[in-house]
Design a protein around this ligand. Sequence first.
Ligand code: FAD
Length: 485
Amino acid sequence: MTADMSNRKNAVIVWFRADLRLADNRALCGAVAAGKPVICVYLLEEAPARRPHGGAQLWWLHHSLSRLAESLAARGGALCLRQGDPGEILDKLIEESGADSVFWNRRHDPDGMAIDTAIKASLKARGLNAASFDGQLLHEPTLVKTGAGGPFKVYTPFWRAFSALPAPRPPYPAPETIAGYKGSLESDQLEDWRLLPTTPDWSKGFNEDWQPGEEGAQEKLRLFISDGISNYADGRNMPGEASTSRLSPHLAMGEISPFQIWHSTNGLEDRHSPRDVEVFRKEVVWREFAYHLLFHFPKLSTKNFNESFDTFLWASKPELIDAWKRGQTGYPIVDAGMRQLWQTGWMHNRVRMAAASFLIKHLLADWRTGEEWFWDTLVDACPANNPASWQWVAGSGADAAPYYRIFNPVLQGEKFDADGVYVREFVPEIARLPNNLLHRPWEAKPMELAAAGIELGKTYPMPIVDHAVARERALAAYKSLRGGQ
Ligand code: FAD
């Protein structure tokens, strides 16, 4: 491909990453405002430079890119797809098109930042224009500081400092038209990337639950603002209720920005309880806190934040971890969560905590085992939220759960799924048990089991570990941590 010299110094490349949207996309807005032809590109980055997306998120990415390409085309633009080393591909695109600028929205994971910093320096050294914009976080991680100017390790003071900063900026509208680059540029075919599962195709439940893309994100936000937020503070703990926004996969892919979410809650205090609105905003800021931690402690995703955990003797058995993954632990709330994850690519937050605690504390599995499984199976897998949350549950994290907090899976089920709506949906083989036995099927009498059509150990497993025994074992292991707590 030869460079189109008539376009030399006359085009801007917009490098799309985890910002697959047109609205509130400052890099795109900046390129359009520059009045030059715009080349929109998505690069499929490869390991080891970047952690590859898990299977569930690849499914999402396929559909999201497809929607993005349609939206760009409707406004006069086009999406170019390439695969490989981003620095090399951008250089090649510059060579082919004569572009003199590359714009992108900042990302905050250590690998991504390292790549971007090197590319920016290389472009600038050659007299090219490289500009990066905000969009992934409401405030850059360096802006939220302790009194001494350092990073926060605990959420509550982080929230206080965050709240004292100027209000997040308003979102930018999508450009109405995009002056697409007129030369010819080769693009990979999305289908050739083979992002969708085939053998087997496990994505049926995903299609029912999700509409990847910017429009789907806006629809989720609209539904939440009109419905979910009115009971968010309490309802958010009930996995059988649709009280949370389910915006997380859209946020993870950047189909919606935190600015759009934040501003959609402005003024809601007049119509809803201020508590519901504030609790929701605080959750959105938990995501900011996770990125803050990852930014300041880049090893968070693979190393214990609290190094005393490095000597912890994890003692899990592969067959038990496998039972956990398959939703066959014999504890209905844990099994329902793990099956929801497998079938839909998402799990309710309350159940994520119970399922993660079960893996770490009941099975004494290293939190990284769970983090990796979630990374592969979650449509919202997030480089900051996922490890930060796993470390929170393990007790090895920054603002971590105390070691003696071992979720009782029976009580968690009975408290947060008292009417059994959630467990009955995902563990249908025990659906006919009455509520008082649903979360403890092994206590049912033979006649009660027979009436519910259950053969324990055959149609549904006996608990793979005894809660009381596992609890004592976990407490002993945690207490033996030298200087751990
Ligand atoms: P809502 O309740 O509607 O909240 C709105 C937004 O706030 C969410 O989309 C999310 O961005 C943020 N948020 C909400 N709760 C939390 C939280 N506890 N921590 C951080 N941010 C939060 N979230 C991810 O986005 N990606 C992950 O990979 C991820 N892994 C997790 C692993 C474990 C073990 C646990 C316990 C939690 C994990 N979370 C993760 C956090 C949380 O479970 C999800 O963000 C939440 O369930 C998403 O559902 P929602 O969009 O309906 O949330």
